[in-house]
Design a protein around this ligand. Structure first.
Ligand code: CTP
Ligand code: MG
Length: 237
């Protein structure tokens, strides 16, 4: 059994112009909330048996209702649970929710709800990699020159051939991912992604080639880009 944790409990501070604005994952992208894009793609994927959407405490009911209205065909395989104060905490909550089920998943994929344009083909590649290696992440070769910088002055140039840009999904054997998260929590280790958590748990994380379309909506310009890409995707499908 393969499960997905979709962290969607962030406040979206870098995106917001006012602290009271809705978190970015609940804003509209071509007619539906951003988090529903990735959720719909995972829900419609034949190899995905279970999805946990992790949302802010106050949004649990709204999101449950929205999912049963918009994705009635798949609602049986989707649960909604509350997140925590960091992404790591939210993902851990999602994993503990899965571990409380009667049947544990064999593998779990963790995907940012803020990356709406994930494709079924990329999910296939991640599943192929994680079922072979046990721990995987999507990543892209870096194409720009990357330098260190301090006080607005550039310094050393890093060797681009050794650098990758990490995306999600990040995936692992479920027991590896859960144990690594529990260890990180117990030892106060904090990081922003699950490939680092898997490494912390002692696992080699294999790379799956990502795509520039699988971008994360972080700042308002990213939503504009996704709007254009979503229209192109609509026209081509
Ligand atoms: N996330 C989460 N719980 C948190 C923080 C983040 O579930 N406490 C989720 C976000 O909702 C998002 C994903 O993790 O889908 C990636 O995080 P990021 O892009 O950093 O989103 P935010 O933390 O919401 O944004 P910011 O860092 O600008 O506040
Ligand atoms: Mg964040």
């Amino acid at each position: 059994m393969i499960a997905v944790v979709l962290p969607a409990a962030g406040a979206g501070e870098r995106f917001k112009s006012k602290p009271t604005d809705l978190p970015k994952q609940f804003l509209g992208l071509a007619g539906r909330p951003i988090y529903l894009w990735a959720l719909s793609t995972f829900a419609a994927h034949n190899s995905i048996d279970k999805i946990v959407v992790v949302v802010p405490d106050g949004s649990l009911d709204t999101v449950r209702v929205e999912i049963s209205n918009v994705l009635p065909k798949y609602a049986h395989k989707i649960s909604v649970t509350a997140g925590g104060s960091t992404r790591q905490h939210s993902v851990h909550n999602g994993l503990e929710h899965l571990s409380a089920l009667d049947a544990h998943p064999d593998y779990v994929l963790v995907h940012d709800a803020a990356r709406p344009l994930i494709t079924s083909a990329l999910i296939d590649s991640v599943i192929l990699s994680v079922t072979k290696h046990g721990a995987s992440t999507v990543a892209m070769q870096v194409t720009d020159t990357i330098k260190r910088a301090k006080d607005n002055i550039v310094g050393d140039t890093l060797d681009r051939s050794e650098l990758v840009q990490i995306q999600t999904p990040q995936a692992g054997r479920f027991d590896w991912m859960l144990d690594a998260h529990r260890k990180a929590r117990a030892e106060n280790f904090s990081t922003t992604d699950d490939s680092t958590i898997l490494e912390y748990g002692g696992h080699k994380v294999h790379i799956v080639a990502g795509s520039p379309y699988n971008l994360k909506i972080t700042n308002p310009e990213d939503l504009l880009l996704c709007h254009s890409l979503a229209q192109l995707i609509d026209k081509s499908s």
